[in-house]
Design a protein around this ligand. Structure first.
Ligand code: ATP
Ligand code: MG
Length: 366
């Protein structure tokens, strides 16, 4: 999969500009605040129909403009395709693939990206929610059924949380508590099976990447943790369901008293360790970056195995804080599909890549 050419019209700080990308590594270089991340954001839009930086499409429209347009030639599934995204103040966005109207969700059937941005360092250092989001995003892209179960689970979770929060004012709410708990146990069992399989694949794919990337043969390991009573995370949905019910029964009273859901897949996590030590507590800045990026690269390998094509890899600001050896890995040894890497204007870095270099200055690309 690759994007060959992109034209931006009134998008962020791009008045009217086009860029052509090579099929391998592309380094997007420039000083701060020139439009490097904006360019990456536009490519990300092609796969997701939305930004990774804002929920509000109107923020993407250039200051003083009433509309913005992204037009791109991409190649995927051995086909040349055009994607056109039109944003207008006060109107819903319009997405066309080869001239045919599509929803934002349908873009993932045309082109996929794996993005690494500075926020992804939270994968290693922050709470479990970030790691659950990683699992949820990745699995729902390759297993549409997972997305459906997840929505159902979230619906049940919200409803049950409301019961637990409000029952003191309205005790009759408790009449339906067990029904929601049971639904959550069933949906959790299904989510756990998908997540356990995904985590195992992620672990398998990330370990060799991290080992090579670190140069020092550091050992990265990822393991999945879920409801404590689940004996076999690879078991059948029925077995897992019974195990969760056991936890639910033990915690029913505590849930009512504390007003919180204590049983279910909403507390799942990935435990990430480097050389056997919890990365969250012990990883250095460089190690944190290396581990987070290795996980993203592993996600890309899983995609390849599933779809037969590498998604486009978007790396925003990964090079800072990495030593020369680790930078060299990012610049020249990622290999496989197309990669777009932003970095701060640095002749030295640009000269060290075998790929194409694009210089960005005040919304112009050369
Ligand atoms: P850094 O190296 O600091 O990350 P960058 O090159 O990645 O810089 P961008 O995030 O791409 O910088 O932003 C470039 C400029 O675009 C910023 O000055 C920002 O204020 C501007 N900008 C953001 N949104 C809009 C918009 N809607 N209209 C016009 N300009 C915008
Ligand atoms: Mg930037």
């Amino acid at each position: 999969m690759r994007v060959e050419k992109i034209a931006l019209n009134g998008f962020r700080n791009y008045e009217w500009e086009t860029a052509e990308f090579g099929s391998g590594t592309n380094v997007i270089s420039g000083h701060n605040a020139q439009g490097k991340t904006n360019l990456l954001e536009a490519v990300y839009m092609l796969s997701a129909g939305r930004s990774f930086r804002t929920r509000f499409d109107k923020e993407l429209i250039g200051f003083g403009y009433s509309s913005a347009e992204i037009l791109a030639d991409v190649v995927s599934h051995d086909r040349s395709q055009t994607i056109n995204i039109l944003l207008r103040q006060g109107f819903a966005k319009k997405i066309l693939v080869n001239g045919v109207k599509k929803s934002a969700g349908e873009l993932s059937q045309v082109i996929n990206t794996v993005l690494f941005c500075p926020d992804d360092l939270n994968l290693i250092k922050e709470g479990a929610a970030v790691r659950r989001r990683l699992m949820d995003n990745a699995i729902s892209q390759i297993r549409p059924r997972y997305g459906e179960i997840l929505s159902e689970f979230n619906r049940l979770y919200e409803h049950k949380s409301r019961i637990l929060k409000d029952w003191r004012e309205k005790p009759s709410l408790l009449d339906t508590l067990d029904e929601f708990s049971d639904g959550m146990c069933r949906a959790s069992a299904q989510l756990i099976r998908y997540r356990a399989a995904f985590a195992a694949r992620l672990d398998q794919a990330a370990a060799p990447i991290h080992s090579e990337f670190s140069g020092a043969g550091e050992e990265l390991s990822i393991s999945y943790s879920t409801v404590s009573t689940v004996k076999n995370i690879y078991g059948s949905a029925k077995e897992i369901y019974y195990d969760i019910c056991e936890h639910q029964e033990k915690h029913r009273q505590a849930e009512i008293e504390s007003g919180q859901c204590l049983t279910g897949a909403h507390k799942d996590d990935l435990e990430i360790a480097i050389n056997g030590k919890a990365a969250r507590s012990f990883a250095s800045q460089g190690q944190t970056r290396t581990a987070a990026l290795s996980i993203k690269l592993a996600e890309r390998e899983i995609f390849l195995a599933e779809t037969g094509e590498y998604p486009i890899l978007l790396l925003d600001d990964v090079l800072s804080e990495l030593d020369t050896k680790r930078q060299e890995f990012v610049l020249n040894r990622i290999g496989g599909g197309q990669t777009l890497i932003t970095c701060c204007e640095d002749e030295e870095i640009s000269s060290r890549t075998g790929g194409r270099v694009l210089f960005v200055e005040k919304g112009r690309i050369r």
